[in-house]
Write a protein that binds this ligand. Structure first.
Ligand SMILES: Nc1nc2c(ncn2[C@@H]2O[C@H](COP(=O)(O)OP(=O)(O)O)[C@@H](OP(=O)(O)OP(=O)(O)O)[C@H]2O)c(=O)[nH]1
Ligand SMILES: [Mn+2]
Length: 175
C-alpha cells in the first residue's frame, strides 16, 4: 500500500477505535482530535516525515485507552509502528502514581521515534490545558501536570529542537 493510503487507513482505524471517547474539556471534544493534532505537531512544527512515526502518533493512545491490542496493530500496521506504540503505552494495571513515576524514569531510555511521539503528545496536552481546564481539575492539578510533564520532557531532550523549544516556552510562561 502507498504511504498516503496507509496514513488514511491509520487515521480511519484510530477514529473507529476512539469513536465513543471524548476529551475531558467542558466541550467534550471528540478524542480523535488529540491523536490527529499530535501527528500534525510532528509534521508542521517538528518537520517529521517518517511515516511510521506519524502512524504511531495517530495510534498512540489506542492501546492505552481502548480495546486495541499491540498484536492487532502489529498485524495491521507492522512491527515498527507496533513497537513505537508499545513504547508510548502506559501499563494501566499499575497505580497512577507508579505510571507517572515510570514515565519520568523511562523517558531517556526510549527510541528516537518514541521520544518524538512523546514530545508532541506533551506539547499538545499542555497547550490544551492552557486552552481549557478539564472538568473537575483545580489549578493545583493543572500546575502539578505542568511540573510532572517538564520532568518527563527532561528525559526526552536532544530529539527535536523545534518541539523542545515550544515546550520550553510553555514551561517558562508558568514560572
Ligand atoms: N490537557 C488535557 N488532557 C486531556 C483532556 N482530555 C483527555 N486528556 C488526557 O488526559 C491525560 C492527562 O490526565 P491525567 O489525569 O494526568 O492522566 P490519566 O488520564 O491517565 O488519568 C492525557 O493522557 P495522555 O495523552 O495519555 O498523556 P500523558 O498525560 O499520560 O502523558 C490527556 O491526553 C483535555 O481536555 N485536556
Ligand atoms: Mn496522548
Amino acid at each position: 500500500m502507498g504511504d498516503l493510503s496507509l496514513l488514511v487507513e491509520t487515521v480511519n482505524f484510530a477514529a473507529i477505535k476512539h469513536k465513543a471517547q471524548r476529551r475531558k474539556d467542558p466541550e467534550k471534544t471528540p478524542y480523535i482530535n488529540h491523536p490527529i493534532g499530535v501527528a500534525r505537531i510532528l509534521t508542521e512544527e517538528g518537520k517529521v516525515n517518517d511515516l511510521s512515526v506519524l502512524q504511531a502518533a495517530i495510534l498512540h493512545d489506542t492501546v492505552e485507552d481502548t480495546d486495541t491490542t499491540i498484536e492487532e496493530i502489529k498485524e495491521k500496521f507492522g512491527d515498527k509502528v507496533a513497537g513505537i506504540v508499545a513504547e508510548v503505552t502506559d501499563d494501566k494495571h499499575l497505580p497512577k502514581s507508579e505510571r507517572k513515576r515510570l514515565q519520568i524514569e523511562n523517558a531517556p531510555k526510549k527510541s528516537k521515534e518514541a521520544k518524538l511521539v512523546k514530545l508532541a503528545d506533551k506539547l499538545y496536552n499542555l497547550r490544551d490545558l492552557n486552552r481549557a481546564t478539564p472538568s473537575g481539575w483545580n489549578p493545583k492539578r493543572v500546575s502539578e501536570y505542568f511540573k510532572w510533564a517538564s520532568l518527563v520532557v527532561e528525559g526526552l531532550r536532544g530529539t527535536n529542537h523545534q518541539l523542545e523549544e515550544e515546550l520550553d516556552k510553555l514551561f517558562e510562561s508558568k514560572e
